[in-house]
Design a protein around this ligand. Structure first.
Ligand code: ATP
Ligand code: MG
Length: 563
């Protein structure tokens, strides 16, 4: 399952720390990591980076990686998200076996620990409102101010906290805070909130609780309970590490080491559950699995392979420095993978009718076509050829510019796996002047695509037989945003959405071998790119998504022609 070559020879700052720990027999040489998603949305490719690090490192060192749902906020969390997260991790090729945990299962223990901190004089119940707490907290340049409730007696705190738990107070009336230091330079250490009152049922705990622990009071202790050795997370938690350490030290329990790495950012998209949720809620896309989304379910529907995503994660590596990775690198990893294993077929997206005048009316030939020139074992298939064909509109120019080598009046080209044809006439729409049909002749001596007299043609076109082809819808995707970093602009990031990110072509024709193709199947449409069958597809109507174009030489040629 892992990509041997890419992972085993690797070295980075996290692996260096782990190597050192193993040398010193820290944790008796055990390596236990966890992947801790909050079930508040679907996983995105940034999570894939974290998963690849958490599961990848555990696997490499013969350790374990737990899947732990960080589900301490009942407002944002749903079972739908839990199910989707599990499906996506499995799809990526990682396995948590029976180690599926929920932070909410530790609520009793967390409550006990909170009581312990109160008894130790390290936590207190505060009556300030959330606005007041924010005000008292100070800023980066201004120290915070102590709450007037900070010096309540231990007995009073114990009593109030118990009553918070039994539901005596309304939402927001009180919080439990750690008693650390209101002048600490790190704002996270200025008496952070540990518990808030929230009269909301929890998706797993039902109505058991009306107080919920914060992320900071939950995460480290959950790590500790599970015997995690290395708690790997992204850089935004770096400033929380002193607090992570403080709780574990004060409680005197097993103390994992938190290590932070930089988040993955990718150009022309956003990667954070919060922002992706906004795209879904505002219907900027058609759901979490819209192929334009950087979610794993979106990438899957788009035709991405799990292997290409893992290769990408390995290539970008692990570092501390924030950067934006070019989406072209992800596409490169994808093409590399698809090229090896995806069968070639012929499809015409913008059809132009071609009649071969000297080809008999009722004749049909089954021609041999290669499934993958990169891999002979993928074999051959038959493609029907007949008198009326479709070729791509852009493969014909009535007045060809200089570097245009494809079909033009009087010019001969090769039809892939078939014959040389020469254009002898052009039929136009009387009203619009648009070319609607070509008449060609074929040379029967060139069957299979070579002329016995050695004459050459400058281009080879793909085609389908009109009466045999299957009609299809093809959805073309472009970048979701027009701005490289949509979060950087003056406007709301949604205003940088690319209005042309989806183009639907409804008059496409694919070769008959694709009949009955199942959702998820992938193909290379010769000369056009990689495509996959969308779940919207049915026996009545095939629907394809363009996964990725072929190397952008195609785009370059088009551009040169326009200049
Ligand atoms: P939000 O932005 O709403 O906080 P999130 O995208 O950070 O959501 P979490 O559920 O908080 O999602 O993240 C789960 C784990 O995945 C965390 O350990 C986090 O460090 C990691 N992670 C999240 N986003 C990225 C990213 N872009 N790159 C690398 N790791 C990430
Ligand atoms: Mg987060």
């Amino acid at each position: 399952m892992k990509n041997e070559k890419e992972t085993t020879t690797r070295s980075d700052f996290i692996r260096n720390i782990i190597n050192e720990d193993i040398k010193n027999n820290k944790n008796d040489g055990r390596i236990v990591t966890r992947f801790p998603p909050e079930p508040n949305g679907y996983l995105h490719i940034g999570h894939a980076k974290a998963i690849n690090i958490d599961f990848g490192i555990a696997e490499e060192y013969g350790g374990f990686c737990n899947l732990r749902f960080d589900d301490s906020n009942p407002i944002k969390e749903k079972q739908e998200y839990i199910d989707a997260i599990k499906e996506d991790i499995r799809w990526l090729g990682f396995d948590w076996q029976d180690r599926e945990y929920y932070a909410s299962d530790y609520f009793d223990q967390l409550y006990e620990w909170a009581m312990q901190l109160i008894k130790d004089g390290k936590a207190y119940v505060d009556d300030l409102s959330s606005d007041e707490i924010r005000e008292y907290r100070g800023t980066l340049t201004k120290p915070g101010k102590e709450s007037p409730y900070r010096n309540r007696s231990i007995e009073e705190n114990l009593d109030l906290f118990k009553r918070m738990k039994t539901g005596e107070f309304p939402d927001g009336a009180k919080v439990l805070r750690a008693k650390i230091d209101m002048t600490a330079s790190n704002i996270n250490m200025r008496d952070p909130v540990m518990y808030r009152i929230l009269h909301k049922p929890h998706h797993r705990q039902g109505d058991t609780w009306c107080i919920y622990p914060t992320y900071d009071f939950t995460h480290g202790q959950s790590d500790s309970i599970e015997g995690i050795t290395h708690s790997l997370c992204s850089l935004e938690f770096e400033d929380h590490r002193p607090l992570y350490d403080w709780y574990l030290n004060e409680l005197g329990v097993h103390h994992p080491q938190q290590i932070e790495f930089s988040r993955l950012n990718i150009s022309y998209t956003v990667l954070s559950t919060r922002n992706l949720l906004k795209l879904v809620e505002n219907k900027c896309v058609n759901g979490w699995d819209d192929p334009r989304m950087p979610t794993l379910s979106g990438l899957r529907r788009h035709g991405y392979t799990p292997e290409s995503i893992r290769t990408f994660c390995n290539r970008i590596g692990v570092a501390k420095k924030e950067s934006i990775v070019d989406i072209a690198l992800l596409e490169y990893c994808l093409r590399e993978d698809l090229n090896k294993r995806v069968p070639r077929v012929m499809a015409v997206l913008h059809p132009l009718r071609v009649v071969i005048d000297n080809y008999p009316e009722d004749k049909v030939e089954e021609l041999d076509a290669v499934n993958n020139p990169e891999d002979e074992s993928m074999g051959m298939r038959k493609v029907p050829f007949s008198r009326v064909l479709y070729i791509e509109q852009e493969d014909f120019r009535e007045e060809p510019p200089k570097k245009f080598y494809r079909l033009a009046p009087g010019r001969e080209v090769r039809l892939r796996y078939a014959y040389f044809i020469t254009c002898v006439d052009v039929v136009k729409d009387e009203k619009t002047g648009e070319v609607i049909e070509l008449h060609c002749t074929y040379d029967p001596a060139t069957k299979g695509g070579d002329a016995p007299d050695g004459r050459k043609v400058k281009s080879t076109l793909h085609w389908v037989s009109a009466k045999h082809a299957i009609e299809a819808e093809v959805r073309l995707y472009d970048r979701l945003f027009v701005k490289e970093n949509p979060l950087e602009g003056k406007e709301d990031f949604k205003s940088y959405l690319n209005p042309k990110s989806l183009e639907v072509l409804t008059d496409c024709h694919v070769e008959p071998s694709l009949k009955g193709a199942k959702p998820g199947s992938r193909y290379q449409f010769e000369r056009l790119g990689y495509f996959c069958v969308d779940p919207d597809s049915s026996d009545e109507k095939l629907v394809f998504n363009r996964t990725v174009s072929l190397r952008d030489t195609w785009a370059k040629i088009e551009k040169n022609l326009k200049e």
